[in-house]
Design a binder for this molecule. Structure first.
Ligand code: DGY
Length: 324
């Protein structure tokens, strides 16, 4: 029996490749960088499975070009790049990679939070520049983190992993989500549900952990930024379009908030020019889940989702179970 054909738009890592090669005839995008759209559309034509990254738009155009495809396996937990309804209409299974990146992403939300509060990037630049005049009492004074109030917008797996770390900093933890979690979960994380406006008004650090949905797009815009303390910082490791970048730049410009640390952007890889020159922002290139261990696990999970479907099992992370 010939093996089913699979397209992977990334070369992946050794372990997931080994697994895939056992079960599929795989065409990998072996080059650095992302494949041009036209290449993906051409390569997917005869494939029965597709492993893609969040940089690929899985929409009608792609699905029309892939008449044989039975599964679209995203190597990411966020799946706003996939038109799941379009997959469902064609009985194509869509999968993602939840769970494996929570702790790594929470580590990075904290990396950003600490970096912006304690002015690490400015300090690094000064130290390297050769212009550091030596210790001084008022040099690069940032903001304390310990003992402050952390506001979590979204209290799912990643939000909770961020909360768990805050306990060690003696922080007060408040959160907002569609519905409050059970009291025993709040107790476990030392967290208190508050209405969103109150969270914006009281938090010293606001960290975003919501998926990109119509209702979370531009959740952070002028009205919310105006509710924040002038001493507060905004941290975003969720999705760029959750923040209205022009509004954020305007808020920073007038000192409406103290700073921001971002891993994600409205129009990646384009970064709003108003952010680039600012000292009160820390900018990272969408790397919150980028530890080698975690990225390997994500790729493995994407591979396992494909193998499961083609060996007659239920893929573990199906986004549209109605097609099974
Ligand atoms: C995701 O998985 O959605 C991240 O943005 C990349 O790890």
């Amino acid at each position: 029996m010939p093996k089913p054909k699979l397209l992977s738009t990334h070369k992946l890592f050794e372990a997931p490749r080994k697994l895939l090669d056992e079960h599929f005839e795989v065409e990998y995008w072996e080059k650095a960088g992302r494949p041009p759209r036209a290449e993906v559309l051409a390569q997917v034509v005869d494939k029965e499975a597709l492993i893609c990254l969040l940089t690929e738009k899985i929409n009608d155009e792609l699905l029309n070009a892939a008449p044989k495809v039975r599964i679209v396996s995203n190597v990411a937990v966020g799946f706003d790049n996939i038109d799941v309804a379009a997959c469902t209409r064609r009985k194509v299974v869509a999968t993602n990679t939840p769970g494996v990146l929570d702790e790594t992403t929470a580590d990075f939300a904290w990396t950003l939070l600490m970096a912006v509060a304690r002015r690490l990037v400015e300090g690094d630049q000064l130290t390297r520049s050769g212009a550091w005049p030596g210790w001084n009492l008022d040099q690069l004074c940032g903001a304390d983190v310990w003992g402050k109030t952390l506001g979590l917008v979204g209290f799912g797996r990643i939000g909770r992993a961020v909360a768990r770390r805050a306990v060690g900093f003696g922080m007060r933890i408040i959160y907002n989500d569609a519905i409050p979690v059970a009291p025993d979960v709040e107790k476990q994380f030392n967290a208190q549900f508050v209405e969103r406006d109150r969270l914006f008004a009281e938090a010293d650090f606001i960290s975003l952990h919501v998926p990109l949905l119509p209702e979370t797009r531009r959740l952070i815009s002028t009205a919310q930024l105006e509710k924040m303390k002038r001493t507060a910082f905004l941290i975003n490791t969720s999705r760029g379009p959750v923040v209205d970048e022009a509004a954020l730049v305007a808020a920073l410009e007038v000192g409406q908030i103290a700073g921001a640390a971002l891993d994600v952007y409205e129009n990646e890889p384009v970064v709003h020019p108003g952010l680039v020159g600012r000292k009160d922002v820390v900018l990272a290139p969408h790397i919150a889940s980028a530890s080698l261990e975690t990225r390997t696990k994500m790729a493995m999970m994407a591979a396992e989702n494909c193998v499961a479907l083609f060996t007659g099992k239920r893929p573990p992370n199906v986004l549209n179970p109605e097609v099974l």
